[in-house]
Ligand binder design. Structure first.
Ligand code: DGJ
Length: 583
């Protein structure tokens, strides 16, 4: 395999990410004309476009087994609709699609699509096949029992777990045939409705309990030279690579050829015992380091090639966006093997993007508190951001709003959405200006569904800003469509909000729409001596079918006697503000 020419040009020009995305997005143009889901570039953002319209996924992922029973899901749909979800991420498993080799059964899947449509819900399919969470529990039994045709991983201690090795093309081809049959069926039943938006290929792949597969197949490959196309990535495009990855290569002497160990350095020492937890003092820093990078790079190459083989087989039948998701390296799982080694984590994203050109994006399962840092590392090369799994904790709304503006998020999907939500009790007290109580996921989705068309029209441009404020990040100053704004934690009668978050869009030269809670906006002259900018009018309201319905005119305490455009701390709001200029 060689680097696609458009990618080479982009890499040479130092604009790997953006060019690559537009190149990949345009790969879907065959289906664009009929409105099938595809990705489209807008400014610095990549939008998901369905039926010609940008679409923001306000989703939730079902528990792993939920979509195996339509009956189980019956009471769930209504609960999801009530929480304003527009998309459900649902597992579709190889074992249920192809219980006997070559005999496909789509009855359950057809029921899922029918019921989603009945509730005006879109679907993202999770292809649970060769791997889920690094393990191989979802292949059908006819695959599991045939260890010759479908060989397995081996650990350093000699043990052979029930996990498929990514080095066997026989397994990739069997998985790919089943996936192609599924995608052909999706095209047959969904090419008009476009209920299915995207597909996740496998789930959290990578080797667990060792940093590398030591099966005979893997050991033979590991002893060979690094493939030329991967070598070229380092030789020709070093400047565009993730710094961690480029650093490994440079630290080992920037070799242009050699075996994996020669080019990328030492492997896991035999005597090292994998530990899941780091000592307390190392938890904050150590987890970000690359440990035995050669093992992780080797596995990333082979998993990406395998997943690409499966994804490409599916895309040949129906070309809609596809992605792979990552179980992240994190403080509790710092070493490859304590998190799946070879999955699409930030340090090996470039390897994945070369190895799996059929994937449109790589996605983090983002449960760690370092939310913004991970968004940054996943998007720095131009990879579009989709978060297929996260939690529904008190920070979900903050994270969601922040990611839409700061990282051009395509979609958000807390895991276990069919389970009851833990809601923080509302803040009380005697103050008429209560401190923020985290709004539930449904409250955030309700607001975002109303303003989604506006948000998507401005995402990726300088007329939209989103933010999450707290004591460490209490304010920001930015230019918004030509007007300078200072956005800070709300502060009224000496009571400062502890947290605030939201989004502001400049919809015209003196007209703004905002949403969120616990912050205030002050308009500034664009340069010293330029006209001052005053708050003209502030209205709260809602969008119904895209039409603005104003509620109260907010003045007095509600706009700090004309000094600020405020979003109070008691509830999530949508507000429109006009400004005027004076000397
Ligand atoms: C991540 C996996 O991708 C999910 O399928 C599920 O197993 C969750 N972890 C459980 O927290």
């Amino acid at each position: 395999m060689t680097i696609p020419p458009r990618w080479s040009v982009a890499l040479a020009a130092g604009i790997l990410g953006s060019f690559l995305i537009s190149a990949r997005a345009s790969d879907s143009t065959a289906s664009a004309a009929d409105g099938a889901p595809r990705l489209r570039r807008q400014g610095t953002a990549t939008l998901l476009v369905v039926d010609g319209q940008p679409f923001l996924i306000l989703g939730g992922e079902l528990m792993n087994s939920s979509s195996s029973s339509l009956e189980y899901l019956q009471p769930v749909w209504g609960r999801l609709t009530a929480q304003h979800l527009n998309t459900v991420l649902a597992g579709v498993s190889w074992e249920l699609i192809e219980p006997e080799e070559g005999r496909f059964d789509f009855q359950l899947f057809d029921g899922l699509v029918r019921d989603a449509r009945a509730h005006q819900m879109k679907l993202v399919l999770l292809w649970f096949a060769s791997w889920k969470n690094g393990m191989s529990s979802y292949p059908p039994v006819w695959v599991k029992r045939d260890t010759r045709r479908f060989p397995r991983v081996q650990w350093q201690n000699g043990e052979i777990p029930e996990v498929l090795t990514p080095l066997a093309t026989s397994s990739a081809d069997a998985d790919g045939r089943a996936f192609a049959a599924l995608m052909k069926h999706v095209r047959e039943i969904d090419a008009h409705d476009h209920t299915v938006l995207m597909v996740q290929v496998e789930n959290e792949v990578g080797v667990l309990n060792d940093s590398r597969d030591r099966s005979p197949l893997a050991e033979a490959e590991f002893a060979k030279p690094v493939p030329a196309e991967l070598m070229n990535l380092f030789l020709q495009h070093r400047e565009s690579l993730a710094p961690e990855l480029a650093g490994v290569w440079t630290a080992n002497g920037s070799k242009s050829t050699g075996t994996w160990a020669e080019v990328f350095g030492p492997t896991k020492p035999k005597e090292f015992v994998l530990t899941w937890d780091l000592p307390e003092e190392q938890r904050k820093t150590e987890w970000r380091k690359l440990h035995w990078p050669v093992d992780e790079i080797f596995m990333a190459w082979h998993y990406s090639r395998y997943v690409n083989r499966v994804a490409a087989a599916g895309k040949r039948e129906y070309n809609i966006p596809m992605y792979a998701n990552a179980w992240l390296q994190q403080p509790g799982c710092a070493f490859p093997g304590t998190y799946p080694s070879g999955g699409p984590v930030p340090q090996v994203i470039d390897v994945w993007r070369l190895g799996a050109p059929s994937l449109d994006l790589l996605a983090p399962d983002l449960y760690v508190p370092e939310f913004a840092e991970l968004c940054e590392r996943f998007t720095r090369s131009g990879n579009p951001l989709f978060i297929p799994e996260t939690d529904r904790g008190p920070d979900a709304g903050r994270n969601l709003f922040l990611a839409i503006g700061a990282y051009n998020l395509i979609g958000f999907s807390p895991f276990g959405i069919d389970m009851p939500e833990f809601k923080q009790p509302a803040a009380s007290g005697n103050s008429p200006f209560p401190m923020p109580s985290p709004a539930g996921l449904g409250d955030n989705y309700n607001i975002l569904r109303q303003i989604a068309p506006l948000v998507l029209a401005h995402q990726g441009t300088d007329s939209l800003v989103s933010f999450a404020l707290d004591k460490d990040h209490p304010s920001l100053i930015t230019k918004l469509g030509g007007t300078t704004v200072e956005i800070s934690l709300d502060d009224i009668f000496g009571r400062k909000a502890e947290k605030g978050y939201g989004m502001v869009v400049a919809v015209g030269p003196d007209e703004f729409v905002g949403a969120g809670m616990g912050f205030r906006v002050i308009f500034k002259p664009s340069s010293p001596g330029a006209p001052k900018v005053g708050v003209g009018t502030v209205d709260e309201g809602v969008y119904r079918d895209g039409k603005w319905i104003p509620g109260r005119r907010l003045n007095g305490d509600e706009d700090d006697q004309g000094r600020a455009w405020r979003f109070g701390s008691s509830s999530l709001q949508i507000e429109r503000c006009t400004t005027y200029r004076y000397q």
